[in-house]
Design a protein around this ligand. Sequence first.
Ligand SMILES: [Zn+2]
Length: 480
Amino acid sequence: MRRTSLVLVGGACLFAAASANASIEYRVSIDKSAGELRVAACADRDYARLELRAQDGANGYLLGFSRSDGGAVARSGDRLLARAVPDGACVNYRIAAARATRSNGRDEGMQTADGSWIVSPGVWLWRADEAGVLRLDLPAGMRASLPWRPRDASRTTYVLEAGGGDWPAWAAFGNVDERIVAGGDGTELRIAVVDAPSRQRADDLHGWLREVANATLTAYRRFPVRSAQVLVIEIGSNSSSPVPWGQTTRGAGVAVELFVRRDASLKELRADWTAIHEFSHFFHPYLGNSGRWLSEGLASYYQNVLRARAGIVSEAYAWERLDAGFGRGRNSATGVSLADISRAPRRRHSRQSGGWPVMRIYWGGAAFWLEADIALHRERGIGLEDVLAAYSQCCLPEAGRVDPDAFIARLDALSQSTVFSRLARQHSTAAHFPSLQSSYATLGLRVESDRAVLSSDADAVALRNKIMGERIAPTAFGAR
Ligand SMILES: [Zn+2]
Protein backbone atom coordinates (compact mmCIF):
# COMPACT_ATOMS: atom_id res chain seq x y z
CA MET A 1 0.00 0.00 0.00
CA ARG A 2 1.19 3.47 -0.80
CA ARG A 3 2.39 5.74 1.95
CA THR A 4 1.29 9.27 1.20
CA SER A 5 1.48 12.63 2.80
CA LEU A 6 -1.75 13.98 1.51
CA VAL A 7 -2.52 17.62 1.36
CA LEU A 8 -6.12 17.64 2.42
CA VAL A 9 -7.80 20.87 1.53
CA GLY A 10 -11.19 20.50 3.09
CA GLY A 11 -11.79 17.41 1.00
CA ALA A 12 -14.99 16.12 2.45
CA CYS A 13 -15.68 12.59 1.39
CA LEU A 14 -18.75 13.19 -0.71
CA PHE A 15 -19.79 9.61 -1.04
CA ALA A 16 -19.64 8.12 2.44
CA ALA A 17 -22.57 9.65 4.20
CA ALA A 18 -25.61 8.92 2.11
CA SER A 19 -26.22 5.28 2.83
CA ALA A 20 -26.30 5.41 6.61
CA ASN A 21 -29.93 6.44 7.01
CA ALA A 22 -31.59 4.18 4.49
CA SER A 23 -35.30 4.23 5.11
CA ILE A 24 -36.97 2.55 2.16
CA GLU A 25 -36.22 -1.04 1.32
CA TYR A 26 -37.02 -2.08 -2.25
CA ARG A 27 -37.63 -5.83 -2.50
CA VAL A 28 -37.27 -6.90 -6.10
CA SER A 29 -38.42 -10.22 -7.52
CA ILE A 30 -38.99 -11.52 -11.01
CA ASP A 31 -41.68 -13.47 -12.78
CA LYS A 32 -39.76 -14.52 -15.84
CA SER A 33 -42.63 -16.25 -17.62
CA ALA A 34 -44.86 -13.22 -17.17
CA GLY A 35 -42.01 -10.94 -18.22
CA GLU A 36 -42.46 -8.93 -15.02
CA LEU A 37 -40.31 -7.32 -12.40
CA ARG A 38 -42.12 -6.91 -9.08
CA VAL A 39 -41.09 -4.39 -6.49
CA ALA A 40 -42.23 -3.83 -2.93
CA ALA A 41 -41.09 -0.45 -1.63
CA CYS A 42 -41.32 -0.85 2.12
CA ALA A 43 -41.16 1.91 4.71
CA ASP A 44 -39.18 1.48 7.91
CA ARG A 45 -40.79 4.49 9.55
CA ASP A 46 -44.06 6.37 9.21
CA TYR A 47 -44.35 8.53 6.12
CA ALA A 48 -46.89 11.34 5.90
CA ARG A 49 -46.21 11.40 2.17
CA LEU A 50 -44.23 8.92 0.12
CA GLU A 51 -43.55 9.72 -3.51
CA LEU A 52 -41.95 7.18 -5.84
CA ARG A 53 -40.59 8.52 -9.07
CA ALA A 54 -39.57 6.87 -12.36
CA GLN A 55 -37.89 8.23 -15.46
CA ASP A 56 -39.84 10.05 -18.17
CA GLY A 57 -41.87 7.61 -20.21
CA ALA A 58 -41.72 4.75 -17.67
CA ASN A 59 -45.45 5.15 -17.07
CA GLY A 60 -46.28 2.84 -19.97
CA TYR A 61 -44.52 -0.11 -18.33
CA LEU A 62 -46.32 0.10 -14.99
CA LEU A 63 -48.78 -2.81 -14.92
CA GLY A 64 -50.36 -2.31 -11.54
CA PHE A 65 -49.83 -1.00 -8.04
CA SER A 66 -51.29 -1.42 -4.57
CA ARG A 67 -50.47 -1.03 -0.90
CA SER A 68 -49.86 -3.83 1.59
CA ASP A 69 -51.87 -1.98 4.28
CA GLY A 70 -54.84 -1.39 1.98
CA GLY A 71 -54.23 2.36 1.75
CA ALA A 72 -54.55 4.39 -1.43
CA VAL A 73 -51.88 4.96 -4.06
CA ALA A 74 -52.36 7.67 -6.67
CA ARG A 75 -50.56 7.75 -9.98
CA SER A 76 -49.64 10.99 -11.69
CA GLY A 77 -47.57 10.46 -14.83
CA ASP A 78 -44.26 8.90 -13.80
CA ARG A 79 -44.98 9.23 -10.08
CA LEU A 80 -46.77 7.17 -7.47
CA LEU A 81 -47.98 8.97 -4.40
CA ALA A 82 -49.03 7.37 -1.12
CA ARG A 83 -50.08 9.28 1.99
CA ALA A 84 -49.96 8.20 5.63
CA VAL A 85 -47.83 5.14 5.03
CA PRO A 86 -47.13 3.43 8.37
CA ASP A 87 -43.86 1.83 9.34
CA GLY A 88 -43.63 -1.63 7.73
CA ALA A 89 -46.17 -1.01 4.97
CA CYS A 90 -45.15 -1.47 1.35
CA VAL A 91 -46.15 0.05 -1.96
CA ASN A 92 -46.19 -2.86 -4.42
CA TYR A 93 -45.92 -2.44 -8.14
CA ARG A 94 -45.37 -4.55 -11.27
CA ILE A 95 -43.32 -3.60 -14.31
CA ALA A 96 -43.46 -5.00 -17.86
CA ALA A 97 -39.69 -5.52 -17.96
CA ALA A 98 -39.56 -7.87 -20.95
CA ARG A 99 -41.57 -5.38 -22.99
CA ALA A 100 -39.16 -2.58 -22.00
CA THR A 101 -36.26 -4.56 -23.48
CA ARG A 102 -38.11 -4.62 -26.80
CA SER A 103 -38.77 -0.90 -26.78
CA ASN A 104 -35.71 -0.18 -28.91
CA GLY A 105 -35.84 3.12 -27.08
CA ARG A 106 -32.26 3.72 -26.10
CA ASP A 107 -33.36 5.07 -22.76
CA GLU A 108 -35.56 2.21 -21.67
CA GLY A 109 -34.19 -1.20 -22.47
CA MET A 110 -32.19 -3.35 -24.80
CA GLN A 111 -32.87 -6.72 -26.25
CA THR A 112 -30.02 -9.22 -26.14
CA ALA A 113 -29.27 -12.22 -28.31
CA ASP A 114 -30.37 -14.80 -25.79
CA GLY A 115 -33.29 -13.07 -24.11
CA SER A 116 -31.65 -11.57 -21.05
CA TRP A 117 -33.25 -8.33 -19.98
CA ILE A 118 -31.29 -5.09 -19.97
CA VAL A 119 -33.57 -2.46 -18.51
CA SER A 120 -32.97 1.06 -17.26
CA PRO A 121 -33.52 1.23 -13.49
CA GLY A 122 -35.49 4.42 -14.15
CA VAL A 123 -38.10 2.23 -15.85
CA TRP A 124 -38.47 -0.48 -13.21
CA LEU A 125 -37.41 1.12 -9.95
CA TRP A 126 -39.94 3.76 -8.97
CA ARG A 127 -38.14 5.18 -5.98
CA ALA A 128 -38.03 7.94 -3.41
CA ASP A 129 -35.27 10.54 -3.72
CA GLU A 130 -33.80 9.61 -0.38
CA ALA A 131 -31.25 6.85 0.17
CA GLY A 132 -32.43 3.27 0.50
CA VAL A 133 -31.47 -0.34 -0.01
CA LEU A 134 -32.50 -2.79 -2.69
CA ARG A 135 -32.84 -6.48 -2.00
CA LEU A 136 -32.84 -8.87 -4.91
CA ASP A 137 -34.66 -12.20 -4.91
CA LEU A 138 -33.95 -14.00 -8.16
CA PRO A 139 -35.46 -17.25 -9.44
CA ALA A 140 -33.16 -20.23 -9.86
CA GLY A 141 -30.87 -19.94 -12.87
CA MET A 142 -31.26 -16.19 -13.23
CA ARG A 143 -28.52 -13.78 -12.32
CA ALA A 144 -28.20 -10.03 -12.40
CA SER A 145 -25.81 -7.15 -12.75
CA LEU A 146 -27.00 -3.96 -11.10
CA PRO A 147 -25.46 -0.50 -11.22
CA TRP A 148 -25.44 0.07 -7.47
CA ARG A 149 -22.77 -0.87 -4.97
CA PRO A 150 -23.43 -4.20 -3.23
CA ARG A 151 -23.76 -3.79 0.51
CA ASP A 152 -21.88 -6.97 1.33
CA ALA A 153 -20.27 -10.04 -0.16
CA SER A 154 -23.59 -11.82 -0.67
CA ARG A 155 -24.33 -9.37 -3.51
CA THR A 156 -28.06 -9.57 -2.98
CA THR A 157 -28.45 -6.22 -1.23
CA TYR A 158 -27.45 -2.96 -2.89
CA VAL A 159 -27.01 0.55 -1.55
CA LEU A 160 -29.12 3.26 -3.18
CA GLU A 161 -27.68 6.71 -2.71
CA ALA A 162 -30.01 9.67 -2.38
CA GLY A 163 -31.20 11.13 -5.68
CA GLY A 164 -29.25 10.02 -8.72
CA GLY A 165 -32.30 8.69 -10.50
CA ASP A 166 -32.21 10.91 -13.56
CA TRP A 167 -29.04 9.80 -15.28
CA PRO A 168 -28.69 6.73 -17.44
CA ALA A 169 -27.80 3.40 -15.89
CA TRP A 170 -28.48 -0.23 -16.76
CA ALA A 171 -29.52 -3.38 -14.97
CA ALA A 172 -29.16 -6.81 -16.58
CA PHE A 173 -31.16 -9.92 -15.61
CA GLY A 174 -30.86 -13.41 -17.03
CA ASN A 175 -27.78 -15.14 -18.41
CA VAL A 176 -25.39 -12.80 -16.66
CA ASP A 177 -21.88 -13.95 -15.78
CA GLU A 178 -20.54 -11.48 -13.24
CA ARG A 179 -16.98 -11.83 -11.96
CA ILE A 180 -15.08 -9.53 -9.65
CA VAL A 181 -11.67 -7.96 -10.27
CA ALA A 182 -10.31 -6.70 -6.97
CA GLY A 183 -8.00 -3.71 -6.58
CA GLY A 184 -6.36 -2.34 -3.43
CA ASP A 185 -8.28 -0.91 -0.46
CA GLY A 186 -11.35 -3.08 -1.12
CA THR A 187 -12.07 -1.49 -4.49
CA GLU A 188 -13.51 -3.67 -7.23
CA LEU A 189 -14.88 -3.87 -10.74
CA ARG A 190 -17.97 -6.05 -11.18
CA ILE A 191 -17.55 -7.24 -14.74
CA ALA A 192 -20.67 -8.84 -16.18
CA VAL A 193 -20.84 -10.60 -19.53
CA VAL A 194 -24.41 -10.84 -20.78
CA ASP A 195 -25.58 -13.78 -22.91
CA ALA A 196 -22.18 -15.23 -23.77
CA PRO A 197 -22.81 -18.06 -26.26
CA SER A 198 -20.39 -20.40 -24.51
CA ARG A 199 -18.34 -20.77 -21.37
CA GLN A 200 -15.21 -20.36 -23.48
CA ARG A 201 -16.38 -17.03 -24.88
CA ALA A 202 -17.27 -15.78 -21.39
CA ASP A 203 -13.82 -16.82 -20.16
CA ASP A 204 -12.16 -15.01 -23.08
CA LEU A 205 -14.10 -11.80 -22.51
CA HIS A 206 -13.42 -11.89 -18.78
CA GLY A 207 -9.73 -12.61 -19.38
CA TRP A 208 -9.48 -9.65 -21.72
CA LEU A 209 -11.19 -7.26 -19.30
CA ARG A 210 -9.21 -8.52 -16.33
CA GLU A 211 -6.08 -7.57 -18.25
CA VAL A 212 -7.51 -4.13 -19.02
CA ALA A 213 -8.64 -3.65 -15.41
CA ASN A 214 -5.18 -4.61 -14.18
CA ALA A 215 -3.68 -2.05 -16.57
CA THR A 216 -5.64 0.68 -14.80
CA LEU A 217 -4.19 -0.60 -11.51
CA THR A 218 -0.70 0.32 -12.74
CA ALA A 219 -1.59 3.93 -11.90
CA TYR A 220 -1.91 3.50 -8.13
CA ARG A 221 -2.83 -0.08 -7.32
CA ARG A 222 -6.46 0.46 -6.54
CA PHE A 223 -9.45 1.51 -8.58
CA PRO A 224 -10.52 5.13 -8.22
CA VAL A 225 -14.07 3.92 -7.52
CA ARG A 226 -15.23 1.64 -4.75
CA SER A 227 -17.33 -0.72 -6.85
CA ALA A 228 -18.06 -0.11 -10.51
CA GLN A 229 -20.31 -2.10 -12.81
CA VAL A 230 -18.95 -3.12 -16.21
CA LEU A 231 -21.52 -4.54 -18.63
CA VAL A 232 -20.30 -6.44 -21.67
CA ILE A 233 -22.92 -6.93 -24.36
CA GLU A 234 -22.23 -8.74 -27.62
CA ILE A 235 -23.76 -7.29 -30.76
CA GLY A 236 -23.81 -8.02 -34.47
CA SER A 237 -21.99 -5.21 -36.27
CA ASN A 238 -20.16 -4.48 -39.49
CA SER A 239 -17.88 -2.04 -37.71
CA SER A 240 -14.15 -2.50 -38.21
CA SER A 241 -13.76 -1.92 -34.47
CA PRO A 242 -14.06 -4.97 -32.20
CA VAL A 243 -15.74 -2.69 -29.64
CA PRO A 244 -17.95 -0.43 -31.78
CA TRP A 245 -19.37 1.41 -28.79
CA GLY A 246 -18.44 2.00 -25.18
CA GLN A 247 -19.59 4.54 -22.64
CA THR A 248 -19.27 5.50 -19.01
CA THR A 249 -22.42 6.33 -17.08
CA ARG A 250 -22.78 7.73 -13.58
CA GLY A 251 -26.49 7.46 -13.04
CA ALA A 252 -26.43 5.07 -10.12
CA GLY A 253 -22.80 4.64 -9.28
CA VAL A 254 -20.05 4.57 -11.87
CA ALA A 255 -20.60 2.08 -14.68
CA VAL A 256 -19.19 1.23 -18.08
CA GLU A 257 -21.04 -0.40 -20.95
CA LEU A 258 -19.03 -2.09 -23.68
CA PHE A 259 -20.70 -3.33 -26.85
CA VAL A 260 -18.48 -6.00 -28.32
CA ARG A 261 -18.71 -7.30 -31.87
CA ARG A 262 -19.89 -10.88 -31.63
CA ASP A 263 -17.20 -12.17 -33.98
CA ALA A 264 -14.33 -10.14 -32.50
CA SER A 265 -11.38 -12.37 -31.71
CA LEU A 266 -9.53 -12.20 -28.42
CA LYS A 267 -6.51 -10.87 -30.31
CA GLU A 268 -8.56 -8.03 -31.80
CA LEU A 269 -10.03 -7.19 -28.40
CA ARG A 270 -6.62 -7.08 -26.73
CA ALA A 271 -5.37 -4.69 -29.41
CA ASP A 272 -8.34 -2.33 -29.03
CA TRP A 273 -8.25 0.78 -26.84
CA THR A 274 -11.95 1.29 -26.11
CA ALA A 275 -12.12 -0.60 -22.79
CA ILE A 276 -9.04 1.05 -21.27
CA HIS A 277 -10.32 4.41 -22.48
CA GLU A 278 -13.63 3.89 -20.65
CA PHE A 279 -11.93 2.57 -17.49
CA SER A 280 -9.67 5.66 -17.53
CA HIS A 281 -12.78 7.80 -17.04
CA PHE A 282 -12.89 6.40 -13.48
CA PHE A 283 -9.97 8.69 -12.59
CA HIS A 284 -11.89 11.96 -12.87
CA PRO A 285 -15.29 13.23 -11.73
CA TYR A 286 -18.05 14.11 -14.15
CA LEU A 287 -16.99 17.51 -15.50
CA GLY A 288 -19.89 18.37 -17.80
CA ASN A 289 -19.58 19.67 -21.35
CA SER A 290 -17.24 22.50 -20.46
CA GLY A 291 -14.80 20.01 -18.95
CA ARG A 292 -15.07 17.54 -21.75
CA TRP A 293 -11.59 18.34 -23.08
CA LEU A 294 -10.22 17.44 -19.62
CA SER A 295 -12.16 14.20 -19.22
CA GLU A 296 -11.76 12.91 -22.78
CA GLY A 297 -8.18 14.15 -22.81
CA LEU A 298 -7.32 12.17 -19.69
CA ALA A 299 -8.91 9.00 -21.07
CA SER A 300 -7.13 9.47 -24.42
CA TYR A 301 -3.78 9.98 -22.68
CA TYR A 302 -4.17 7.07 -20.28
CA GLN A 303 -5.53 4.64 -22.87
CA ASN A 304 -1.97 4.65 -24.24
CA VAL A 305 0.09 5.19 -21.09
CA LEU A 306 -1.60 2.50 -19.00
CA ARG A 307 -1.44 -0.12 -21.74
CA ALA A 308 2.29 0.49 -22.11
CA ARG A 309 2.77 0.24 -18.35
CA ALA A 310 0.96 -3.06 -18.25
CA GLY A 311 3.04 -4.39 -21.14
CA ILE A 312 0.00 -4.78 -23.40
CA VAL A 313 1.72 -2.55 -25.97
CA SER A 314 5.33 -1.40 -26.25
CA GLU A 315 6.45 2.01 -25.06
CA ALA A 316 7.32 3.02 -28.64
CA TYR A 317 3.87 2.02 -29.87
CA ALA A 318 2.21 4.05 -27.12
CA TRP A 319 4.18 7.16 -28.15
CA GLU A 320 3.27 6.52 -31.78
CA ARG A 321 -0.43 6.34 -30.94
CA LEU A 322 -0.24 9.51 -28.86
CA ASP A 323 1.61 11.27 -31.67
CA ALA A 324 -0.95 10.12 -34.23
CA GLY A 325 -3.72 11.44 -31.99
CA PHE A 326 -1.97 14.78 -31.59
CA GLY A 327 -1.73 14.93 -35.39
CA ARG A 328 -5.48 14.44 -35.72
CA GLY A 329 -6.12 17.06 -33.06
CA ARG A 330 -3.81 19.50 -34.81
CA ASN A 331 -5.85 19.22 -38.03
CA SER A 332 -9.20 19.69 -36.29
CA ALA A 333 -10.91 23.00 -35.48
CA THR A 334 -7.93 25.24 -36.12
CA GLY A 335 -8.29 28.86 -35.09
CA VAL A 336 -10.59 28.29 -32.12
CA SER A 337 -9.56 27.54 -28.55
CA LEU A 338 -10.74 24.67 -26.38
CA ALA A 339 -12.39 27.26 -24.15
CA ASP A 340 -14.31 28.63 -27.17
CA ILE A 341 -15.34 25.15 -28.22
CA SER A 342 -16.52 24.37 -24.70
CA ARG A 343 -18.56 27.55 -24.47
CA ALA A 344 -20.09 27.42 -27.93
CA PRO A 345 -23.46 25.78 -28.41
CA ARG A 346 -23.11 22.34 -29.81
CA ARG A 347 -24.76 23.14 -33.14
CA ARG A 348 -21.91 25.49 -34.00
CA HIS A 349 -19.76 22.42 -34.53
CA SER A 350 -22.38 20.60 -36.48
CA ARG A 351 -20.22 19.76 -39.43
CA GLN A 352 -17.92 17.64 -37.33
CA SER A 353 -18.67 14.38 -35.67
CA GLY A 354 -21.89 14.65 -33.71
CA GLY A 355 -21.67 18.39 -33.30
CA TRP A 356 -18.25 18.50 -31.60
CA PRO A 357 -14.74 18.78 -33.06
CA VAL A 358 -13.99 15.52 -31.33
CA MET A 359 -10.36 15.14 -32.32
CA ARG A 360 -9.44 18.59 -31.08
CA ILE A 361 -11.20 18.02 -27.77
CA TYR A 362 -9.81 14.52 -27.16
CA TRP A 363 -6.24 15.08 -28.29
CA GLY A 364 -6.03 18.71 -27.23
CA GLY A 365 -6.95 17.45 -23.78
CA ALA A 366 -4.43 14.59 -24.01
CA ALA A 367 -1.69 17.12 -24.86
CA PHE A 368 -2.57 19.04 -21.69
CA TRP A 369 -2.28 15.94 -19.50
CA LEU A 370 1.01 14.89 -21.10
CA GLU A 371 2.51 18.31 -20.45
CA ALA A 372 1.11 18.32 -16.90
CA ASP A 373 2.66 14.90 -16.27
CA ILE A 374 6.05 16.08 -17.54
CA ALA A 375 5.89 19.31 -15.51
CA LEU A 376 5.00 17.40 -12.32
CA HIS A 377 7.97 15.08 -12.76
CA ARG A 378 10.33 17.98 -13.42
CA GLU A 379 9.04 20.48 -10.89
CA ARG A 380 7.70 18.30 -8.11
CA GLY A 381 9.28 14.88 -8.57
CA ILE A 382 5.86 13.23 -8.69
CA GLY A 383 3.69 11.82 -11.45
CA LEU A 384 0.17 12.61 -12.55
CA GLU A 385 -1.03 9.35 -11.00
CA ASP A 386 0.22 10.44 -7.58
CA VAL A 387 -1.98 13.52 -7.75
CA LEU A 388 -4.98 11.60 -9.09
CA ALA A 389 -4.51 9.02 -6.33
CA ALA A 390 -4.62 11.78 -3.72
CA TYR A 391 -7.66 13.27 -5.45
CA SER A 392 -9.49 9.97 -5.40
CA GLN A 393 -8.78 9.58 -1.67
CA CYS A 394 -10.02 12.99 -0.65
CA CYS A 395 -12.36 14.34 -3.23
CA LEU A 396 -13.62 12.17 -6.07
CA PRO A 397 -17.43 12.02 -6.02
CA GLU A 398 -19.12 9.08 -7.72
CA ALA A 399 -22.10 11.13 -8.79
CA GLY A 400 -22.81 14.76 -9.50
CA ARG A 401 -20.86 17.27 -11.54
CA VAL A 402 -17.65 18.94 -10.47
CA ASP A 403 -16.82 22.34 -11.91
CA PRO A 404 -13.73 21.96 -14.16
CA ASP A 405 -12.01 24.99 -12.59
CA ALA A 406 -12.58 23.57 -9.12
CA PHE A 407 -11.15 20.22 -10.25
CA ILE A 408 -8.02 21.95 -11.60
CA ALA A 409 -7.66 24.05 -8.45
CA ARG A 410 -7.88 20.93 -6.32
CA LEU A 411 -5.20 19.17 -8.37
CA ASP A 412 -2.96 22.23 -7.92
CA ALA A 413 -3.50 22.16 -4.17
CA LEU A 414 -2.86 18.43 -3.91
CA SER A 415 0.35 18.71 -5.93
CA GLN A 416 1.43 21.84 -4.07
CA SER A 417 2.02 23.45 -7.42
CA THR A 418 0.43 25.62 -10.08
CA VAL A 419 1.11 23.11 -12.82
CA PHE A 420 -2.53 22.34 -13.58
CA SER A 421 -3.95 25.86 -13.56
CA ARG A 422 -0.99 27.26 -15.49
CA LEU A 423 -1.16 24.65 -18.23
CA ALA A 424 -4.97 24.57 -18.31
CA ARG A 425 -4.99 28.30 -18.99
CA GLN A 426 -2.42 27.94 -21.78
CA HIS A 427 -4.05 24.93 -23.38
CA SER A 428 -7.64 26.09 -23.14
CA THR A 429 -7.06 29.60 -24.50
CA ALA A 430 -4.67 28.86 -27.39
CA ALA A 431 -6.37 29.22 -30.76
CA HIS A 432 -4.34 26.41 -32.26
CA PHE A 433 -3.24 22.98 -31.17
CA PRO A 434 -0.10 23.44 -29.06
CA SER A 435 3.35 22.82 -30.40
CA LEU A 436 4.64 19.92 -28.35
CA GLN A 437 8.19 20.37 -29.64
CA SER A 438 9.79 21.23 -26.34
CA SER A 439 7.96 18.39 -24.58
CA TYR A 440 9.10 15.97 -27.26
CA ALA A 441 12.68 17.25 -26.84
CA THR A 442 12.48 16.71 -23.06
CA LEU A 443 11.15 13.20 -23.64
CA GLY A 444 13.83 12.44 -26.26
CA LEU A 445 11.04 11.60 -28.69
CA ARG A 446 10.86 12.02 -32.43
CA VAL A 447 8.34 10.38 -34.73
CA GLU A 448 9.50 9.69 -38.27
CA SER A 449 7.23 8.01 -40.81
CA ASP A 450 4.88 7.05 -37.96
CA ARG A 451 7.70 5.35 -36.05
CA ALA A 452 8.88 6.58 -32.67
CA VAL A 453 12.61 7.25 -32.41
CA LEU A 454 13.59 7.32 -28.74
CA SER A 455 16.83 8.91 -27.59
CA SER A 456 19.15 7.15 -25.15
CA ASP A 457 19.90 10.35 -23.25
CA ALA A 458 19.77 9.34 -19.58
CA ASP A 459 17.42 12.11 -18.41
CA ALA A 460 15.02 11.47 -21.27
CA VAL A 461 15.04 7.71 -20.67
CA ALA A 462 14.38 8.27 -16.97
CA LEU A 463 11.45 10.59 -17.67
CA ARG A 464 9.92 8.27 -20.26
CA ASN A 465 10.25 5.37 -17.84
CA LYS A 466 8.48 7.32 -15.14
CA ILE A 467 5.58 7.92 -17.52
CA MET A 468 5.38 4.69 -19.48
CA GLY A 469 7.30 2.22 -17.33
CA GLU A 470 5.58 -0.09 -14.89
CA ARG A 471 5.66 1.32 -11.40
CA ILE A 472 6.33 -1.68 -9.23
CA ALA A 473 7.09 0.40 -6.14
CA PRO A 474 5.23 3.67 -6.49
CA THR A 475 7.12 6.66 -5.16
CA ALA A 476 5.93 8.20 -1.94
CA PHE A 477 3.91 11.27 -2.61
CA GLY A 478 6.06 14.38 -2.35
CA ALA A 479 9.33 12.41 -2.38
CA ARG A 480 12.10 13.73 -4.55
ZN1 LIG B 1 -14.31 8.96 -23.40
